[in-house]
Ligand binder design. Sequence first.
Ligand SMILES: *Cc1c(COP(=O)(O)O)cnc(C)c1O
Length: 388
Amino acid sequence: MNNGFNSSAIIETLQNVLSNNRDFIALHEPCFKGNEWNYVKECLDSGWVSSSGQYVDRLEKHLGEFTGASYALAVVNGTAALHICLQIAGVSAGDEVLIPALTFVATANAVSYCGAIPHFIDSEEKTLGVDPDKLDRYLNEIAEVKSGVCINKMTGRPIKALVPIHTFGHPADMEPLTELSKRYRLELIEDAAESLGSYYKEQHTGNIGKAAILSFNGNKIITTGGGGAILTNDKSTFVLARHLAAQAKLPHIWSFHHDMVAYNYRMPNINAALGCAQIEQLPGFIKKKRALALRYQEAFARIKGVKIFQEADFARSNYWLNVLLLDEKHTDQRDSLLDLSNKQGIMTRPAWTLMHKLPMYQSCPHMDLNQAESLERRIINLPSSVFL
Ligand SMILES: *Cc1c(COP(=O)(O)O)cnc(C)c1O
């Protein structure tokens, strides 16, 4: 009937990999086994809970050291970080920004906060990120550079930036994307919200474009409750980002003077305290996540009709969220698999609804998205917490 596809074998394999005596296994749970209590208590005891304090400085220093980025700025969340990066990249009202259709809605929303229009592009199966060859052919067809500005010939609007994301932690193919962004004069901003601890050709993700963002939301590889960061190797980008995130207040002992419309986006010290404790454990978290991914890969190697997504040969991934990929001919089984596993107490979830299908983004420009559409039908995210 279902041509060899065996849902119960898939559920059984999941149960074997996750052999665990809990009633319910979430997709991703945080792990607080380090200095979290000590550091947060110290914030409360000292009264330094708000948007300055030693933990903010310490977290930023750790992030720079861990990722190799020259500058790191801790902010309230990853979406705010994207908003600031796009603004600094010169994205303003009426511009277009290229982003994958296969992403979390925050990427598109940040573009909208600038008054700009997201322009959705296709992904590739090798990385689950932007397909550079297909984007190259597309831009060749629809875009031209006029006096140093990339113009969409179809809409007449400037295309200002390209925001690839490292989907579920897996690095996108950044080298050809960098080349394309130079050729078409696009600012390159990496959405590295999911890829702290992932490397592209030996380089930590987030070091390749003009700036990058991280997220420390509760479900990410490390968490500050809510939080995010901007990474950059460009000093003027960092200085402007810090200014914009702190209401553009000019430094002075007693005067309150501001020179731009800006935001209250700095990370509070109490969140940074949590982050400091979490980043101390990050190398251990990555080891555990890579080990779990390997167990999934080995266990599912024997199962027909599905495979576990594996990093590209140029990538070393944090395997933030594991992906079970159904063969195209079995996608009609996806929803029953999701039902079955969730009923068994194993949380699984499909990929995000593609951006161009959401009501507020339906009328935005997009290229042919057949790979993203296929991935949307085929992706099932699997439990990936570090304790598993
Ligand atoms: C989590 C996430 C964000 C946003 O981060 P928040 O901290 O939740 O605002 C942006 N992009 C991607 C791809 C994400 O996964």
